[in-house]
Design a protein around this ligand. Structure first.
Ligand SMILES: [Zn+2]
Length: 164
């Protein structure tokens, strides 16, 4: 591990509250691990009987709509901005669900359950191949297996059975 500011090799030093944390002797600063943050969305309609899934170019299985949080932006803002960018539909209501750290992309995914306005999504064909509404059981079949998306979708479907 190296200091992202000066390139000095980091040493683990005991921090008062946080335990052993990488420390840069040259800067005299603790360097907490850095990672990106993104939102992922399980999107349903107003009647809560459909789930919207997306597919990237040249991929067989479906995923959740997701996007990176821009520096300085709140996660809440990312949910409404990213959803509108990717579908041209508006978010009606959303609720934070849970998070998962994704090792291979070094990103913390914050999952939201989203109610969207009714309508047909209009996609940016440079980014996505397809975005479509599924019945909940079909969505579970179509979602990428053993993925964070599958985990978030299962959580959301049991939440929808309750009351969101
Ligand atoms: Zn440094």
């Amino acid at each position: 591990m190296y200091c992202p500011y000066c390139g000095e090799k980091l040493a683990l030093v005991l921090h008062d509250q946080e335990g052993l944390i990488p420390y840069c002797k040259s800067c005299g600063e603790f360097r907490f691990p850095q990672f990106a943050t993104a939102v992922s969305m399980v999107v349903t309609n107003r009647t809560k009987d459909k789930i919207l899934l997306a597919k990237h170019k040249n991929q067989d299985d479906y995923i959740l709509i997701a996007g990176y949080i821009k520096k300085g932006e709140t996660a809440e803002k990312t949910v409404t901005r990213e959803f509108r960018e990717e579908t041209k539909l508006n978010v009606v209501k959303y609720k934070y669900m849970s998070s998962r750290y994704h090792e291979s992309h070094n990103v913390l995914m914050l999952n939201y359950l989203v109610i969207a306005e009714n309508g047909d999504p209009v996609i940016d064909e440079n980014e996505l191949d397809e975005v479509k509404w599924f019945d909940p059981e079909e969505a579970l079949e179509a979602i990428r297996k053993d993925s964070d998306a599958q985990y978030f979708l299962k959580n959301a479907l049991s939440e929808l059975k309750n009351k969101f």
